[in-house]
Design a protein around this ligand. Structure first.
Ligand SMILES: Cc1cc2nc3c(=O)[nH]c(=O)nc-3n(C[C@H](O)[C@H](O)[C@H](O)COP(=O)(O)OP(=O)(O)OC[C@H]3O[C@@H](n4cnc5c(N)ncnc54)[C@H](O)[C@@H]3O)c2cc1C
Length: 333
């Protein structure tokens, strides 16, 4: 169990100013190392002593990870750009408004000033049993405390449960999947690019991780291609409070509409599974149709197909259906 001490255990801190040096440190220290960006997720783990790395590699001094570059091919956002940088960037707001809106919905201004886009995408789940240090499946144990009778599971998943019922906490992830963002990753073997859709993984793939990143890997940039720039889009987050709260469910959509008919669509829902889920059956159900109420009803039904709510989160089924309908109905260029 975690000891809430509000004091971090000791570790060796590295503050490289070059990417290569950071990668070298991660290669050298492997699973004993922890990547530090803005610290907004990290410091909770370290203060609660639920994670006790021997080495911490702070990316804060690496300038090349901070920039936002605009080109005809799209926008490249360095993993260390802050959420405020993303929310206020004029080109991101103009071309991919849902990405800026999602960043703007995270937590509080202070957290957005300090927290980075890379950290927001790589942050761990908020399941309180796991975060409090209970020895659950995700922590290497052999049970899921959130799925036991009477457990506090109002915020947990309705889709893709596989022993673990935790959900993805990120607001920016669904928006980036909706615009088909590509993740630039540096691994032991060099640089590779992974579609945002494949970057996040569920417990049936690996119950101990939320992304494809291995301990020696770094997410270095997020590239948003030009394909969806300027198309009708929609983002909405539903939480218990208007600020400083994680999403119960969030939705992001990008539509390609011509002559009143949806030609192509990307619809993504967060807060319902361990990874942001692209609603492919919903996308198929609306492609080739006008976004009328009949189409929306079919689309909403497709989004929750196979949903298996837990004891206290049945409401997420209706909420997801309504958000998917609203996203398609309200998407604006
Ligand atoms: C009170 C509170 C409220 C919050 N509310 C919300 C909310 O409403 N919506 C939301 O989406 N988030 C919310 N968060 C989460 C917060 O936005 C994220 O924790 C923050 O964005 C993480 O960014 P960071 O730069 O601080 O990352 P850090 O805390 O430094 O890192 C987060 C994790 O990602 C890993 N990591 C970071 N950068 C990289 C990288 N480049 N490559 C590989 N791994 C990396 C770290 O090792 C760590 O495991 C909240 C957090 C708090 C404390």
């Amino acid at each position: 169990m975690a000891q809430i001490q509000d004091m971090m255990g000791s570790f060796e801190l590295f503050q490289p100013t070059e990417l290569e040096r950071a990668l070298d440190l991660l290669r050298r220290h492997g699973e004993e190392a922890w990547v530090l960006s803005g610290g907004m997720d990290t410091f909770d783990w370290l203060k609660d002593r639920a994670k006790r790395p021997r080495y911490v590699v702070d990316l804060g001094g690496i300038q090349e990870l901070k920039g936002i570059e605009v080109s005809d091919d799209g926008i490249r956002i360095g993993a260390m750009a802050t959420l405020t940088d993303v929310a206020t960037h004029s080109e991101i707001r103009a071309r991919y408004p849902i990405v800026a809106q999602a960043a703007e919905k995270v937590a509080t201004p202070q957290i957005r000033n300090q927290g980075t886009l890379g950290g927001n995408l790589c942050q761990d789940t908020r399941c309180w049993y796991y975060r409090s240090g209970w020895p659950c499946y995700r922590a290497g144990g052999n049970t899921c405390y959130a799925n036991a009778p009477g457990a506090l599971n109002r915020e947990h998943c309705i889709l893709e449960a596989s022993r673990c019922v935790a959900v993805t906490p990120s607001d920016t992830a669904p928006a980036l999947l909706a615009v088909d963002a590509q993740m630039e990753i540096h691994t032991r073997r060099g640089r590779r690019t992974v579609a945002a859709e494949d970057f996040f993984i569920g417990p049936s793939i690996d119950i101990t991780r939320m992304t494809v990143l291995q301990p020696t890997d770094l997410l270095t940039a997020i590239h948003i291609p030009a394909r969806w720039a300027g198309h009708p889009m929609y983002f909405e987050k539903v939480a218990d409070r208007k600020a400083w709260d994680f999403a119960l469910v969030n939705v992001a959509a990008a539509l390609d509409v011509a002559n009143g008919t949806i030609q192509d669509a990307r619809i993504v829902v967060g807060g319902v599974a361990a990874r942001p889920l692209r609603m492919k059956e919903t996308e198929q159900a609306i492609s080739g149709h006008a976004p009328n109420e009949q189409t929306l009803e079919v689309a909403a039904q497709a989004a929750v197909q196979g949903a298996r709510p837990l004891q206290f989160n049945e409401y997420k089924v209706a909420l997801t259906k309504n958000l998917v309908k609203r996203a398609i109905r309200e998407a604006r260029a």
